[in-house]
Design a protein around this ligand. Structure first.
Ligand code: ZN
Length: 105
């Protein structure tokens, strides 16, 4: 019992040591422009990073998002916008999720 408690304590310390919040400097997301800290990427925020991966998936598979997927992507946009991000810039950056109506066929 005591040993298990020690293991848990060690794990907690390791997790905290690896956590960047409060240490890494902030920067402006290269996609939506909001202030963020490095999470998965040093150039864009967590939401834009996730959307970039999803956009790549739709490009690779030559398919648009399902309604359920689109709802998830819109929820990521809403999070970024709530933190100061630009929704139009996010949609423009992910053309395989949000087809650009001005783009030629
Ligand atoms: Zn962003």
């Amino acid at each position: 019992m005591k040993f298990a408690a020690q293991l848990e304590s060690t794990h907690m310390r390791t997790s905290r040591a690896g956590f960047h919040r409060g240490i890494a400097p902030t920067f402006n997301c290269a996609v939506c422009g909001r202030r963020t800290r490095p999470v998965d990427s040093d150039t864009c925020c967590a939401e834009c990073w996730e959307l970039a991966g999803q956009d790549n998936y739709h490009n690779d598979n030559a398919c648009g998002p399902t309604p359920k997927e689109l709802a998830y992507y819109e929820s990521l946009v809403a999070v970024a916008v709530a933190k100061g991000g630009d929704a139009d810039a996010i949609r423009a950056q992910n053309p395989y999720i949000w087809a650009n109506p001005d783009a030629p066929e």
